[in-house]
Structures are given as structure tokens and as C-alpha cells.
Design a protein around this ligand. Structure first.
Ligand SMILES: [Mn+2]
Length: 304
């Protein structure tokens, strides 16, 4: 299936989320929480991630995870991931319990597409330290996509992981899964990078970006994705394809904020002061820019 019709289909079934100019969202993608071993590239950023999320929690943001939050292709058991990142999940639980969390699945945690899997693994989890089952995200629904609609202007923002624009990681997912689970997983520990991943393959990344740009031009709807691990914040005249970047980069984590109707691309990373103490810094890389600036063309609005 072509990317465009695949996206149309996902768009039609996207979960609706109303918002307005007082809403605050943070879009975070490709956290790839693993087992905190050498192959867990999120492990080195877990303190930065925790600090950033705490900032968003204290400031009333809603957390939107745009897929690949967990590295379930390499690790079979969800509880192993959770037990390796207890504080991370405690923070996510705070968002969930206050009704401020939306979770999407990506190609690395596509298991979450299955409600039975979600019920068995995410509603509650076995805590191997306390040796009891604990509530994690009771009754959570994991979505493939969201459609944020502005209450007044009706402007829409389509949020989707982005592997839907990537044949090998979407429709040929089984092959990709086999390679990762049985071959690449072991090479990863030895430091080899997975070539089929758009994060490590520039041609592929560009192709995916092109596909999403095309869809945006056709539908005139802002798209927010992850998957490629490359942050993207378009200029006003470019197609409105945004990418949050990822949380496993050696330079820290990037995310996209939507606050008072404006988008900002933000980086959180570690810095040192002159006396040698380390601190975590939030830097705005691009923006803030009003979302209304991306709704100039009035074509294709009726093609839903
Ligand atoms: Mn992905």
C-alpha cells in the first residue's frame, strides 16, 4: 500500500483530542526504553528524561508519546523494561494518573497495538523487587494515531509515529522483527548499528520525510512524527511536517512543545558549570511559532 493511502486510513481512525490556546502538550518520541544494559541507548539519558518530564509535569503539560517508547523488539518482556527503569515509569504513572498522557505505538513496540497484550502487560506489572503485582497504567488505550482539533479554529494536528511511511518497518514488519530479534540484537551489544533503521540510514530518512511532506501538501494538516530520530521544525512555507527527534541520542533528548497555540522544538542536555557541577539545560532550538502560520493554504480542507 502506498504511504499516502496508508496514512489516509490511519488518519480516519485516529483518536480525537480536543485542545485550545490554554492547552500544553509535549510530544516525545523514540525513547526506546530498554533493559539498562550496554545496548540500551536510552539508559545514558534517563536522568535528563526524568528531569525534563518532571518539568512538564509540574507545569501542567500533557505527555504525548509518539511511538517507540519501549524497545520491545530487542526485549521480549515488558516487565523487564519497566523493572530496569522504575523511576522513569513512576514519572509516566504520574502523568497517566492525572489524565495527562497519551501513548502511541511505533514499530519497536508494535505489540502495544494488541489490546490483549496491553491488558496483560501494561495495566499492571510484576515488581521483581517487592515481588508483587503493581498497577502501572490500568485500562490504558494505546493508539496508532491522534488527531488534535482546536476547539475554536478547528485546526487539526495529526500525530503518528511515522513507520507508516516506511515499507520495511510497516508492511514488511515481520521480516524486520525477525532480523532485530534474532540477529541485530546481538550485534547491537557489540556496537553495530542497524542499517534498516531510518535513524541510521540517510536515504531512507529522506524518503520517509518526502512521503510525509507529500501527504501534508495534499491534506494541509500539520503532522507530528517521530521514527526517523531527526528533529524537524519546518519554516512557514515548507510542508508542515514536524519531527520530535528522539531520546537516545548522545547529545541529549529533543521534544516538541505545543503551548498557548505555539510550537517549539526543545533540547534537554547535560552541561557543566565552572566549578565542575553538572546540570541539565533546556534550550529552545526552534520556535516558538504559532500553529496558525502553518494553515495558510485553504485547499484540500474538505477532502476528509
Ligand atoms: Mn520507529
Amino acid at each position: 500500500m502506498k504511504t499516502s493511502s496508508r496514512l489516509d486510513k490511519v488518519f480516519k481512525q485516529a483518536f480525537p483530542v480536543p485542545f485550545d490556546d490554554t492547552s500544553k502538550f509535549v510530544f516525545v518520541s523514540d525513547v526506546h526504553r530498554g533493559d539498562n544494559s550496554l545496548s540500551d541507548e536510552f539508559g545514558r539519558n534517563r536522568h535528563i528524561y526524568y528531569h525534563a518530564l518532571n518539568h512538564y509535569y509540574q507545569n501542567g503539560f500533557t505527555y504525548i508519546e509518539v511511538g517507540d517508547g519501549d524497545e520491545l523488539l530487542e526485549h521480549q518482556k515488558y516487565e523487564h523494561i519497566r523493572n530496569s527503569h522504575i523511576f522513569t515509569f513512576d514519572m509516566l504513572k504520574k502523568f497517566y494518573n492525572s489524565g495527562r498522557m497519551y501513548m502511541l505505538f511505533g514499530n519497536h513496540n508494535i505489540q502495544l497495538k494488541d489490546p490483549t497484550y496491553v491488558k496483560n502487560n501494561l495495566y499492571r506489572v510484576y515488581d521483581d523487587f517487592n515481588e508483587v503485582y503493581e498497577d502501572l497504567f490500568p485500562n490504558i488505550s494505546v493508539h496508532e494515531a491522534l488527531i488534535l482539533t482546536h476547539r475554536k479554529t478547528k485546526q487539526e494536528i495529526f500525530v503518528v509515529h511515522g513507520h507508516q511511511g516506511d515499507l520495511f518497518n510497516d508492511q514488511l514488519w515481520g521480516v524486520s522483527y525477525f532480523l532485530i530479534r534474532y540477529v541485530w540484537r546481538f550485534l547491537h551489544i557489540a556496537g553495530v548499528k542497524y542499517a534498516a533503521s531510518p535513524a541510521k540510514n540517510i536515504t531512507k530518512r529522506h524518503r520517509i520525510e518526502k512521503n510525509f511532506n507529500k501527504w501534508n501538501l495534499k491534506r494541509n494538516i500539520i503532522i507530528v512524527c517521530g521514527h526517523t530520530h531527526r528533529p524537524k521544525f519546518p519554516n512557514q512555507d515548507d510542508p508542515a511536517y514536524f519531527n520530535t527527534g528522539c531520546c537516545m541520542h548522545p547529545r541529549g533528548i529533543t521534544c516538541l512543545e505545543l503551548c498557548e497555540g505555539q510550537f517549539s522544538l526543545v533540547r534537554w542536555n547535560m552541561h557543566s558549570k565552572e566549578d565542575g557541577t553538572l546540570f541539565i539545560r533546556r534550550t529552545i532550538i526552534k520556535g516558538p511559532k504559532p500553529i496558525t502560520e502553518y494553515q495558510k493554504r485553504d485547499t484540500a480542507k474538505e477532502t476528509n
